[in-house]
Design a protein around this ligand. Structure first.
Ligand SMILES: *Cc1c(COP(=O)(O)O)cnc(C)c1O
Length: 426
């Protein structure tokens, strides 16, 4: 531990909450150097939807590497890339009636967001991109401008421009449909809001504290975008690839975004890979106009192609929805046990939040979980939400174990902070 503290930058973050040295991982468990095993309810912040080191991807990867498959190729044509594109078209896009070109930007999520907003600006000739309160879209300047979190924004060191923010679904409570507000701003020529190139939205704000948008809200947003000739970008980096059940999180809303960003679990193996899906009429890039050394990585193509085999049937989608119901029920039970705490439960599929409205309590719960062998993180503006994000492939036993650990942790934290009964009378 000392070595990391001495030599690794102060910027390190997750390791501060999980201060062990991890050496191996399989499925939903991670093992530290002392041999202690932890259950993973964090799943690489959504990069490990299929768990750690899935057998089929591992085999395909080892086979590819040991047969001298091309590892690096810039964006030259390779067999691995051809197989991935074909599988993505055949398994994901065609069955959904979706027609999109595939762009490979740099390998991280923020690279996909930067490429998408650059393209939206180029094709519309407008400079601003409208994002929503509590959004998270990445840490490079363009994406950071679209991110709500104050601490993250403060790291920019320069003004974050061309990025108006409007209220996300539910920001003013259930009874106010914030699309009405957005509509009013866009329709009033004196509102002061310049017409943006695009809206960028997460269907479930993940880092922002697990805030799901209603499908009707998403549909109205898509309609508003069309009406005002504004592009709709869905950032499906964290909640795509099956996290909410269907492959794309926006499917149940019945919308077809102009641009879609995917990353995190796209490679399925934790290898960096991202894509921007572009409706063909917007594919107005000139060759090399957005470039990069590591665009589309062959090792990631190999595991991603393997990962997509799971989407040939709807078995995985259904399993995600079934497990999601178990999580929701368990969290509701916990919330019901501590009525004074007014815990809020939110989520979809296999992303759930238990909102303590109190960062200290949420942090204490996450720490208690870790002591008991469960890796779980907090999210939200004040890190006030405990975020349940297991692998989609987690076994029912592991899921139940993790939820029990969480339940005990909440009992410990909420029991010790509760006012002793009758105390106030004395
Ligand atoms: C993680 C994330 C990003 C950024 O991805 P990086 O790979 O960390 O750059 C962007 N948008 C959403 C919704 C994310 O969850």
């Amino acid at each position: 531990m000392q070595l990391f503290e001495t030599y690794e930058s102060e910027v390190r973050s997750y390791c501060r909450n999980f201060p062990k040295v991890f050496v191996t991982a399989k499925g939903s468990s991670l093992t530290d150097e002392t041999g202690r095993t932890y259950l993973d309810f964090f799943a690489g912040a959504g990069a490990l939807n299929y768990g750690h080191n899935p057998d089929d991807m591992q085999k395909a990867l080892v086979r590819y590497v040991t047969s001298n498959g091309v590892t690096h190729s810039l964006d030259m044509y390779t067999g691995a890339k051809r197989e991935f594109i074909q599988a993505f078209q055949d398994i994901v896009l065609h069955p959904r009636g979706m027609s999109y070109k595939m762009m490979f930007p740099g390998p991280t999520g923020t690279n996909a967001v930067e490429a998408a907003i650059k393209l939206a600006r180029k094709v519309t000739g407008r400079s601003s991109v409208l994002s929503f309160t509590n959004a998270f879209h990445g840490m490079t300047l363009g994406s950071l401008a679209l991110t709500g979190n104050e601490t993250k924004r403060n790291g920019a060191g320069v003004p974050l421009n061309d990025s108006p923010t409007l209220p996300f679904d539910g920001y003013f409570g259930k009874d106010i449909d914030t699309i009405d507000i957005l509509d009013q701003y866009l329709s009033d020529p004196s509102s002061g809001l310049d017409k943006p190139a695009a809206f960028i939205v997460e269907t479930v704000q993940a880092e922002g504290g697990v805030n799901p948008a209603r499908f009707t809200w998403l549909r109205r947003l898509a309609r508003l975008a069309k009406q005002h000739e504004i592009l709709l970008i869905v950032d499906d980096i964290q909640v795509g690839c099956g996290r909410t059940g269907p492959f794309f999180s926006f499917e149940p809303a019945g919308i077809q975004p102009d641009l879609i960003c995917l990353s995190k679990s796209l490679s399925g193996y934790g290898i960096p890979l991202s894509i921007v899906l572009i409706q063909p009429q917007w594919d107005q890039w000139s060759p090399g106009e957005h470039n990069g050394t590591f665009r589309g990585h062959n090792l990631a193509f190999v595991t991603a192609t393997q990962a997509l085999q799971r989407w040939k049937t709807d078995e995985l989608s259904q399993a995600v929805l079934d497990k999601g119901e178990l999580v929701e029920k368990a969290l509701e039970e916990i919330a019901d046990q501590y009525p004074d705490e007014q815990l809020k439960v939110r989520g979809r599929g296999l992303i759930w939040g238990l909102d303590f409205q109190d960062s200290e309590k949420a942090g204490a719960v996450a720490r208690c979980c870790f002591e008991a062998g469960l890796i779980i993180e907090t999210a939200g503006a004040q890190d006030q939400v405990v975020k349940v994000l297991p692998a989609l492939t987690i076994s029912p036993e592991e899921l139940a174990n993790g939820l029990n650990i969480l339940k005990s942790a909440v009992a410990r934290v909420c029991a010790t902070t509760a006012e002793p009964v009758g105390h106030s009378l004395s």
